[in-house]
Design a protein around this ligand. Sequence first.
Ligand code: PPS
Length: 571
Amino acid sequence: MYPQNLAPISELFVSYDSAQKLKQEAGDLVSHDLTPRQICDLELLMNGGFSPLKGFLSEEDYTSVVDTMRLADGTLWPMPITLDVSEAFAEKLEIGQDIALRDQEGVILGTMTVTDRWVPNKAHEAAQVFGADDDAHPAVNYLHNTAGKVYLGGPVTGIQQPVHYDFRGRRDTPNELRALFRKLGWRKVVAFQTRNPLHRAHQELTFRAAKEAQANLLIHPVVGMTKPGDVDHFTRVRCYEAVLDKYPQATTTMSLLNLAMRMAGPREAVWHGLIRKNHGCTHFIVGRDHAGPGKNSAGEDFYGPYDAQDLFREHEAEIGIEMVDFKHMVYVQERAQYEPMDEIADKDDVTILNISGTELRRRLAEGLDIPEWFSFPEVVTELRKTRPPRSQQGFTVFFTGFSGSGKSTIANALMVKLMEMGGRPVTLLDGDIVRKNLSSELGFSKEHRDLNIRRIGYVASEITKNGGIAICAPIAPYATTRRAVREEIEQFGAFIEVHVATSLEECERRDRKGLYKLAREGKIKEFTGISDPYDVPEHPELRVETENVEVDNCAHQVILKLESLGLIAGQ
Ligand code: PPS
C-alpha cells in the first residue's frame, strides 16, 4: 500500500463519454469566455490542484475565506477563487442556470451551475487578503482594474483540461504526479516553488533541503501567471532544464504548474502549501519573503520577510505538508562553496559573495560578466539570449499630455533623431494617426479612450517584442490604462513614460486646432482638461516642460534619458 499523500485525489472531470455528450449540450448554454487568470484557476479546480474546492467560491465561502482564511465549513483555504464577470453578463443570468466556460479560442472546458451572484466589496477583499487596498500590489491592481464587477459562484463540471502546446511532457496533474511518485517509489517529496530562473544558490539550497528531509525533490515552477515583468516561462523552463542536470541522478524531477499567482505573501505561502500537498508532496520550501509583491506605494515592503514562514508554521498541521524553511545561501570565496549565512562561524575572516536580483538584471542589461560561482553557464547563455543588452532591445517611448501640449511635435522630432542614428526600426503611433487608422470608429468616452490606448499599447508591445522602437503620442488621460500598457510592454522591453507637462492654460492659449474654444462653448463634449479628466503621471520616467523651450531641446532631453537608461549608445 502507498501512503495517503499518494492515493488518487478527486477531480471534477466527468468520464470521457459523458464529457463528449456534455460538450455537445453545453454548446447551447450561455457562454463565459474565461480570462487567462480564470483559465489557470479552472485548470487547478478541475484537476484537484485546488482540492477540496468543487468550483468557484459561493458568496458564503468567499466572505468566510476573505475574513477568516477558511471556507464556511471551517476548512483552511486562504485565497478567494472567484469567477469575476461584467455587470452586463451577470444580469443575463438566473440563479440555478448552467453556463459554459470557454477558453480564449472558444473551446468549452467545463460548465458551472450558477448558485451565487454578488457584487463584492473589493476594497475589503484587498485589505483582508493582500494586506492593503493599494494598487501598487499587482493583485489589488488586478482586482480593481481588470477583474469584473460581479462575482459568480457555483460547482464546476470538468469537460477537458485547457490545451497547452508548450512543454507538454513537463506538465502533470496532481494525480499524474502522485502516480509518478508511486512508480518511482518516492515516499517523501520536497517541493520547491519558483517564478525565477534558478542559479547555483537555489540548486544548493534545494539539494540541501531534500537531503535534510531525507526526501526526493520536485522543482515545481509556476508557468501560469507570475509577477508582471518576470522572465518569461519559455526562457525559465530552458534554464530549469539545464539546472536539472546538476542534481544527482534520480533524486530530482521537475513539473510545471499552471498557477496564476497573486503575490499574496503569507496567504499565498499557505495556498502554495495546500496545492503542493494536493500534488502528492510531503514537504514544502518556504523562503524569505515568499511570493512577495515588492514595495507598496509608500516605498515599503508589503509584508515582513518572515511573515509567510510564520503563517505557514501556524497552520502547518492543517495544511498537511511540512515546511522546510529557506536558508539564506551565500558563496564563501575561500572555501569555493555555498553555505547557509547563519551557519558561517568565521564570517569576519572569509569573503562572502552574493549577487542580488537587481544586480543580476543590471549585468544582463548591460552585457556585463556574470561569474560562474553565481550561475551555471548554460543558464546565463539562455538569459542572455532573451535579455540582450538594452542597447539591442526594443522599447517604447510613451508621451502623454493635454491636447496641444506638444506631444506630436516632440514625438516627430524624436523619431527623426532616432532614425538618423539607425540600428532599429522606429514607428510613430501618434494620437491623430491612430484615430484615423486603428480607431476610426471610437469617440472620447472613458470606455473608448481606454480601448484606443489599449490598441496603441498592443501594437507598441508587438513592436517592442520584435526589437523595434515604438513612439506613442496620445493624450492617454487615465493612469490605470497607462499602467496596464506599461505592464504589457515591460514584458518585452523598456517603457519610458514622458509627461509633456504643458499647462492647460498654455495649451488653451495656443489652441492650435481651435478645439479649446469649441470645448469652452460646449460644442465639443468630454474634452480633456475642460470637461473630462486627466490624471497627471505621478512617476513618469521624464517630465518635459515646453513653455519657453524649443522642440529640439525637448526631443534631446528624451534622447539623453534613453542614453542614461542604456537604450541607445552615447553620442
Ligand atoms: S485619447 O484620450 O488618448 O484616446 O485621445 P487621443 O487618441 O490622443 O486623441 C486626442 C486628439 O483628438 C482630438 N480631440 C479630442 N481630444 C480630447 N478630448 C476630446 N473630446 C477630443 N475631441 C477631439 C484632439 O485633437 C487630440 O489631438 P492632440 O494631438 O492630442 O491635440
